[in-house]
Design a protein around this ligand. Structure first.
Ligand code: MP5
Length: 201
């Protein structure tokens, strides 16, 4: 299986995503407010860019099955962006701040990956979504139900999101693994770790 090979090769780095202090401190409720606020502003920019990437990738999708899965992901961004906007209003966060260069780099890389063709583009999408599913499912499993982060936890660890990530994995598994797919997956892993470091550091 292609996804299994990708994840196995990155098992150590993947574990560092799940064990990251941002993730464990979100679970423990010990994250400083400014840190979570920083994440909200950075991630909001990321998700807006991600929406453009998803549209571009959908235009490159090879068949109806792939288009249907991606349309589901696109629809989920409507409530997701509303979640960020509500949290920003509640917490007094300015969402218009200039993103970090790392965030600009990650967001630009997403869009650029589509130019490498469908197998690379779908590998990137799977890696991005799987990283967030695993991280937020880990928060879900280790935190109290009345956490202030419940909306975000539910967004990326719901059964619906889990099913979406499974469907993305199935699309990747239709492809035979190439060095370009491995490189793309590894880049997303590095970007994800750096993103947590950026907002937590
Ligand atoms: C996602 C995200 C998940 N919101 N932010 C980062 C840094 N990585 C992955 O993407 P989406 O579009 O929110 O499901």
């Amino acid at each position: 299986e292609t996804t299994r090979a990708l994840l196995t090769a990155q098992a150590a780095a993947w574990q560092r995503i799940l064990d990251h202090p941002f993730v464990s401190r979100t679970s423990a409720g010990s994250l400083p407010k400014a840190t979570f606020d920083r994440w909200i502003a950075e991630d909001y920019f990321f998700v807006l860019s991600f929406r453009d990437y998803l549209d571009a990738l959908a235009a490159a999708a090879p068949d109806d099955e792939a288009r249907k899965v991606l349309a589901g992901g696109s629809a989920a961004l409507v409530p997701e962006l509303a979640l960020f906007e509500q949290a920003a209003a509640d917490r007094g966060i300015d969402l218009e701040v200039e993103p970090s260069l790392l965030n600009l780099g990650y967001s630009s890389y997403l869009l650029a990956s589509v130019q490498e063709g469908w197998p690379v583009g779908i590998t990137v999408l799977y890696a991005v979504e799987k990283a967030y599913y695993d991280a937020w499912a880990s928060v879900r499993d280790t935190t109290s139900p009345d956490t202030q982060y419940a909306g975000f936890i539910a967004n990326w660890s719901s059964p619906e999101f889990a099913a979406y990530v499974e469907q993305l994995g199935a699309l990747v598994d239709r492809e035979a693994l190439t060095p370009e797919m491995t490189r793309a997956f590894d880049r997303v892993v590095r970007f994800e770790l750096a993103f947590w470091d950026l907002v937590h550091g």
